[in-house]
Write a protein that binds this ligand. Structure first.
Ligand code: PLP
Length: 569
């Protein structure tokens, strides 16, 4: 049913274990969207002509499909949004403008995704209210006693993920709602169901939540569409979120009145095709049955947990008693990013990094993890393949990568000990041509990334020293430190030293050094790094640049070159 899964990646059958980030789409969803565009496409709610009627009908039918799927009382309580993030922003913003004020509290948990933190911080800043995070234990479970202690008359909203995206912990959401009703009667309860929705049965009446939000793309549906369920009385009491077409009853320059639910919260032309695709996705998962999906995935998770623990040096992060199909892990001495790169070469897609849960990573004392997240199309054989590669990585990885430990203070000896790379060629262009020639010898991704890692092996190990004397570059999957200067004795030549704690990034730093260190600042500024990485077939490190430190490294080097060129250093 999933055409995309039939492909090979780097010559290996694709194994897709990044379902918590986004699921693949069955043919039924792709076809529903295609059918809509080929037959029914028009704007909704606005015209008498046949296409508009059909589009409107499809859109409103989809709302009814959502209603039944989550067992809402009324389809008008199901608002279409762009996704979970959009839904939470809507709730936080509208509560901020109507219900939150100085001294009020919004209760979250340490497990939350940034999407369920930052919108609340924005609302808190605007209203003088306070965001509080209830703690978890080391297994990644919310401590219910601690949660209860934090509920009070001051609590105006509680927003908790049903399932943690980073660890897979299933939170006792029904119990938390009951406790909230008892101890915080002024609070609305928001369920972030982004990671639950595709993995179990949802019944908003049974839960008795005020809001429940989810994204289409994590439910085998399209991106850019999601749902905000809200109890009618609670939604009615909120001010509108955005203004525009479709959300009004009448408009005049003197006074505008707003449409009834659900239109009040759906300003502008929505993602009609996305909504139709989402309904097709819901029909699709229901034809399989969410209870069966949950049972299959539970079995797969148990199998995978047992097998992955066979890998020497593995550390599973998140061992809650109740878990959805997510395994986060680390291998001793291997950067998560390097594991991700190696797995990709084997055709296995996982996510590495902080999973948009920086506070959770800090609480667990890790920079990030590798996360394998399952869907019902994954199999035990695929888990076996993952385990085999992990065993291979654990056995073959050279532990020297991370270099000396960081020191608290920089000493003059440390700074003197740093070697600033000399010029590798006449100009950045000449260095680029030489590198391109070398790399052209490799025609597959594995060969190219090994070439990069080998370059990194020759980079002087100055991680500890650089960490002590410079700020970490913003970047998510590895720690990168860089210092630069005008070459002593010159006024316009850039020199820099950099290091990272992931092998692949060390290699990329080595490439950047060959290109730029010892070169004239103006030449550095003029050189098109992105085009060069495309030319040598390593543009994945550019397109994911925010995630591995390279983007900020490029920006930092350009800044240093500009400072030198304009004589600021
Ligand atoms: N909440 C949780 C628990 C998530 O896992 C995610 C996405 O990973 C989000 C919110 C944000 O979802 P989206 O990016 O689809 O808006």
């Amino acid at each position: 049913d999933f055409p995309i899964l039939a492909q090979t990646v780097h010559g290996k059958p694709l194994i897709y274990f990044d379902n918590a980030a986004s699921t693949q789409k069955p043919r039924a969803v792709i076809e529903a969207q295609r059918h809509y565009y080929e037959h029914d496409n028009a704007n909704i709610h606005r015209a008498v002509h046949t296409l508009s009627q059909r589009a409107t009908h499809g859109y409103e039918q989809a709302r009814e499909t959502v209603r039944k799927f989550i067992n809402a009382r009324d389809a008008a309580e199901c608002i279409f949004t762009r996704g979970t993030t959009d839904s939470i922003n809507l709730i936080a913003s509208c509560l901020g403008r109507s219900r939150l004020s100085t001294g009020d509290e919004v209760l979250l948990s340490e497990l939350e995704h940034h999407s369920n933190i930052v919108p609340w911080q924005l609302a808190a800043q605007a209203t003088g209210s306070k965001v509080i995070a209830t703690p978890i234990n080391n297994a990644g479970e919310i401590l219910i006693d601690e949660f209860t202690k934090r509920l009070s008359l001051k609590t105006k909203a509680v927003s908790i993920s049903w399932v943690s995206n980073a660890l897979g912990s299933i939170n006792p959401i029904a119990e938390m709602i009951r406790l909230t009703r008892r101890h915080a009667p002024n609070a609305v309860f928001v369920v972030d169901a982004a990671q639950w929705i595709a993995h179990g049965v949802t019944d908003v009446l049974l839960l008795d939540c005020d809001f429940l939000v989810f994204s289409g793309h994590k439910l085998y549906g399209p991106t850019g569409v999601g749902v905000l369920y809200g109890k009618r009385a609670v939604l009615d009491a909120l001010p509108p979120y955005q203004g525009g077409g479709d959300m009004i009853e009448t408009v005049s320059f003197e006074k505008t009145t707003y449409a009834a639910l659900p239109n009040k919260f759906e300003a502008g032309t929505p993602n009609i095709a996305g909504v139709i695709g989402l309904a097709a996705a819901i029909d699709y998962v229901q034809s399989i049955g969410l209870a069966d999906i949950a049972a299959y995935e539970h079995d797969l998770l148990q199998y995978a947990t047992a097998r992955i623990n066979e890998v020497p040096t593995i550390r599973v992060i998140g061992t809650a008693a109740s878990k959805a199909g997510v395994i986060s892990f680390l291998l001793d001495g291997v950067a998560a990013l390097d594991i991700g790169v190696k797995l990709d070469e084997a055709g296995i897609a996982v996510r590495t990094g902080h999973h948009c849960c920086m506070p959770l990573m800090k609480r667990l004392g890790v920079e990030g993890t590798v996360r394998a997240s399952f869907a019902f199309y994954n199999t035990k054989q695929e888990v076996d393949a993952l385990v085999e590669i992990l065993k291979w990585i654990a056995k073959n990885h050279k532990p020297a990568a991370a270099a000396p430990p960081a020191c608290a203070m920089a000493s003059p000896q440390m700074i003197n000990a740093i070697s600033f790379a000399p010029r590798s060629a006449e100009s950045p262009k000449a260095a680029a041509d030489a590198l391109a020639e070398d790399i052209a010898l490799f025609d597959d991704a594995a060969g190219r990334s090994q070439f990069v890692i080998d370059l990194g092996d020759r980079l002087p190990k100055s991680f500890g020293q650089l960490k002590a004397i410079s700020q970490r570059l913003p970047g998510c999957m590895s720690e990168v430190y860089v210092i630069g200067r005008a070459k002593p004795g010159s006024t316009n030549v850039l020199e820099f030293a950099a290091d990272a704690n992931a092998d692949i990034v060390r290699g990329l730093i080595a490439i950047m050094q060959r290109l730029f260190s010892g070169q004239r600042a103006d030449d550095v500024r003029a050189f098109d790094v992105e085009a060069f990485f495309r030319r040598i077939g390593l543009d994945q490190f550019i397109t994911t640049q925010r995630r591995n430190g390279l983007g900020s490294l490029v920006a930092k080097l350009r800044q240093l070159a500009t400072d030198i060129a304009t004589k600021e250093v």
